[in-house]
Structure formats: C-alpha cells, structure tokens
Design a protein around this ligand. Structure first.
Ligand code: CP
Ligand code: NVA
Length: 308
C-alpha cells in the first residue's frame, strides 16, 4: 500500500476525519491504555520553526503509544545546508515509520511527501496547520456536539495557515465557515475554491465577510490567531492597523447574540488579537484545545499508519 499523508486538511475525507476524531476521543478517555506503536515504531518530528505545543504533544503522544519519537531541529540537519528535501526524505524512509515536519512553504512539504515511503504529516507550513484544526474540531465537537451545521468565524489574518486550514477542515466537517478579514489579508482564492467544493459535498458553506460584526453574527465558535505569523515579522506590511476591528474582545463576543465559544491555537498575543478578558473568560476553550493536540495527533498517526 502507498503511504497516506496528511499535508492539508482535505487529505482526509469527511468519513475519515470523523473516524480520526472518534479515535482522538478514545485516546483522551484513556491516555496510557493503547500501544499500537510498540516495537517501537520510530517517528521523526522535525522543526524548522519554533514550537511549544506541537513539539511537546507529538513527543509525549508518540511515547504514550509505545513508539519512539525522534525530535530534530531541522536547522541542524544537512537539510539546513545543501542536501535536497527529496534526498532527505529517501533517507528518512529507511529509518522511521512516519515523518512529522514543520517548515515554511507548502511546496517543501509536497516535495518531502513526493518520494516518501512512509506517511508525512504537516506540523505547520506557511499555508496550512491541519494538526491544529483536528484538535480544534475535537474541542468543538466535545462542547457543541455534531459539527455539521455549526457556524465558525475566524477573525484576523485571513491569508494565514490557520485561516486556510479552518476553511478546508471546517468544510470537511460540514460546518459553515466564515472568514472575517480585512482587504489585503484574504484567503488564497484557490484554497477558498477548494473549501467551497468540499462544502458542497458535505452541506457546509464558506464565506468571506469583511465586516467583523456581520462575520460573527450568530456564530457558535469564534477563532482567532496572531496577526504576524512566523516568518512574517519583516514582510513590510502593517500588521496592526487593518486588524484592530477584528480583535476578539468582550464587545465582539457579545455581539454574536448567542452563547459562543472561543478558540485560539496559541501562542496568544494578549491585548492584540484577543483580550485577556476573553482568553481567560468562561467562553474560552483554549486550554482544552491545546490539550487536545495530544489526543488528535495520536489518533491521526495511528490512523495513517493503519491505512498506509
Ligand atoms: N499552536 C501551535 O502549533 O503551537 P506551537 O507553535 O507552540 O507548536
Ligand atoms: N499562524 C501562526 C500559528 C502558530 C501556531 C504562525 O504560523 O505563526
């Protein structure tokens, strides 16, 4: 069988996504009782950008499953000098049973997967953050029940990895996904179209709404993220002014008119994209969301290995 990769959210069909979320709930209910990676299977987890949650949750999760996590700073590999991504991938396939990678352009992730004999998992690129969105969906499903039909509004930088992954992952789950973003920071039109197509199959919808009040009206879940993603620190754009109206604060949260919950993948820039009051308030699910990275990623790895 050829390896199943998870490079972007729509690499899982709606049924497959739902099966992974079910398994994630099983692992949440019993952290230590499942050892399908015993042997142990080795999994390389490689970082070319900083990480707290992703690194910890993969390392701890793989160990809980009986596997051997091999955590590597990508900048210290020959990949960081002149060895090609494809040659690196061929080498990794001879040692490990799966590769988890955080890197820059999605094209790099595609190159890694193109010659890999083992599953490749996207642990964040400039374009997508699909592992985060699996944890987000698990968190939402546990609080709100059935995902299909729920309305989720993402506010802020509509052109970043979280926006794109919520579009694709949310549409796969049959949700109504709204992106509330200013001009100049809207989703990549190709990914927006991909999400529309997926939504047409699942009964969900995707919408781009510039007015933040309209974007959040009736929304079950509000999601935000940093206005400056890793690698964008010196891109010459004003990454404050255009985003101010999209800050998730008490007034915006109240204006949904329903009992909404709030997610943020973290790290949060308190006082910028989200206020302390909301982040630390009763409607915030962010700490559960961060914990669920552990369960969702364990489920994903087991599912990919079982289906490869
Ligand atoms: N949310 C997230 O991916 O966090 P880290 O960058 O700390 O891994
Ligand atoms: N959009 C953020 C997510 C961090 C987990 C970034 O790419 O920096």
């Amino acid at each position: 069988m050829s390896p199943r990769h998870f490079l972007r959210d729509d690499d899982l069909t709606p049924d497959e996504q739902s099966a992974v979320l079910d398994l994630a709930d099983t692992f949440k209910a019993d952290r230590f009782g499942h050892k399908p990676l015993a042997g142990p299977k080795a999994i390389a987890v490689i970082f070319e950008k900083n990480s707290t949650r992703t690194r910890l949750s993969f390392e701890v999760g793989i160990a809980q499953l009986g596997g051997n996590p091999v955590i590597i700073d990508g900048r210290s590999m020959q990949l960081g000098r002149e060895e090609t991504i494809e040659d690196t991938s061929r080498i990794l396939s001879g040692y490990v049973d799966a590769v988890v990678w955080r890197t820059f352009a999605q094209a790099r992730m595609d190159a890694m997967a193109s010659v890999s004999r083992v599953p490749v998992v996207n642990a964040l690129t400039d374009e997508f953050h699909p592992c985060q969105v699996l944890a987000d969906l698990q968190t939402i499903r546990r609080r709100h029940g059935e995902l299909a039909g729920l309305t989720l509004t993402y506010l802020g930088d509509g052109a970043n990895n979280m926006s794109h992954s919520l579009l694709l992952g949310g549409a796969t789950a049959g949700m109504n996904v709204r992106i509330g973003a200013p001009a100049g920071f809207v989703p990549n039109p190709t990914f927006l179209d991909d999400a529309k197509q997926r939504a047409a199959e699942t009964g969900g919808s995707v919408e781009l709404i510039t007015d933040p009040r309209r974007a959040v009206d009736g929304a079950d879940v509000l999601v935000t993220d940093t206005w400056t993603s890793m690698g964008q620190e010196n891109d010459g754009k004003d990454r404050v002014g255009p985003f101010r109206p999209y800050q998730v604060n008490t007034a915006l949260l109240e204006s949904t008119g329903v009992d909404s919950t709030v997610l943020h993948c973290l790290p949060a820039h308190r006082g910028w994209e989200i206020t302390d009051e909301v982040l630390d308030g009763p409607q915030s699910l962010v700490w559960d969301e961060a914990e669920n990275r552990l369960h969702a990623q364990k489920a994903l790895l087991v599912w990919l290995l079982e289906n490869s």
